[in-house]
Design a protein around this ligand. Structure first.
Ligand code: ATP
Length: 306
């Protein structure tokens, strides 16, 4: 009996080590995702965040030198405010968030956080200051609790659950087979795009960064899910400097400033009401999205009748 028990015990130890290894592999993954061309300058200092003002000064960028994507973008996200970026597909919206996270270096102009050029600070300190809610969140093959705790490893169970409540994902988790211990990811419970995005929001709540970048998922959501995500986003972005890359205009009506980007340039800017009154690109995008939403809702009603 003892003989059998020993190897099992050993296996348990190995399993724990492998699991620990998984965490390290994830860190390695983060490193692999980095662009080798983006390097810390010799003697780079950590970013000193005072209040988290983000400034883009005449930013230019091209993935391929023959095809400019951003052609001189200037704007500021004042501390604690929300600026939204909208525009047609391929306009360069997500590129703006990648540049702020310094996945690439700008080809011209500069990006500043509290007056510091992001090329002159360490990448580690820059990324610690920014919470990214990407379009498509990667879930690990582990429990939902583990997936939320990824935002801050030393968070307590109570903090994980509090973050889930704020992110409006708590009711979904409680209704899952094993609650917070439910396995998710490839081999476990599959989550919809909206649910994954709420897991990402919960992670960001735990991380509590001074600056937030939300890259909204492109997929159309039903109005109920959209409302829940909207509430979660409002809570997480309150009093934080937030840059929102928006695909659904209904999510950014309350933004402090909306920038309309087309072909790498800001073509309109202002608050929702001002842009509607201007009757330009934003107003036409708004009308198109409203009509599409109304058509979807009509179809859903017909579906309910049948
Ligand atoms: P969408 O609304 O469809 O998400 P977007 O406005 O966010 O679009 P970006 O993802 O910023 O657009 O892409 C801008 C342009 O840059 C596109 O034409 C795209 O094909 C190109 N692009 C994006 N990523 C890369 C890359 N890694 N290498 C080369 N070109 C890229």
């Amino acid at each position: 009996m003892i003989q059998l028990y020993q190897p099992l015990n050993f296996m348990g130890m190995v399993y724990r080590e492998i699991k620990q290894g998984v965490v390290d592999i994830e860190k390695m993954f983060d490193v692999l995702l980095k662009n080798p061309e983006v390097k810390d300058l010799p003697g780079a200092k950590p970013l000193a965040v005072q209040n988290g003002t983000v400034t883009f000064e005449d930013v230019r960028f091209a993935y391929d030198p023959n095809r400019p994507i951003l052609k001189g973008l200037s704007f500021e996200v004042p501390a604690g405010k929300t600026v939204a970026i909208v525009g047609p597909s391929g306009a360069g919206k997500s590129t703006i968030s990648r540049l702020l996270f310094r996945l690439y270096d700008v080809s011209g102009g500069r990006i500043l956080i509290d007056g510091q050029d992001i090329r002159q600070v360490t990448q580690t300190s820059l990324r610690a200051a920014i919470g990214m809610v990407p379009q498509d969140t990667v879930l690990f093959n582990d429990t939902i609790r583990y997936n939320i705790r990824y935002g801050r490893w030393d968070a307590s169970d109570a903090e994980v659950e509090e973050a889930a409540r704020t992110a409006q994902i708590d009711a979904f988790i409680k209704a899952s087979p094993k609650g917070y211990e439910t396995e998710v990811g490839e081999r476990g419970l599959k989550l919809s795009g909206g649910e994954k995005q709420r897991v990402a929001i919960a992670r960001t709540i735990l991380k509590a960064p001074p600056i937030l970048v939300l890259d909204e998922a492109t997929s159309a959501l039903d109005s109920h899910t959209e409302r829940e995500i909207q509430d979660a986003l409002e809570r997480v972005s309150r009093n934080r400097t937030s840059l929102v890359i928006a695909h659904r205009l209904s999510t950014i009506v309350g933004a402090d400033e909306i920038l309309v980007v087309d072909q790498g340039r800001i073509v309109e800017r202002g608050r929702h009401g001002q842009l509607l009154a201007a009757n330009g690109l934003y107003a036409s995008m708004w009308n198109r999205q409203r009509e599409a939403q109304e058509a979807r809702e009509k179809l859903a009603l017909i579906g309910d009748d049948e």
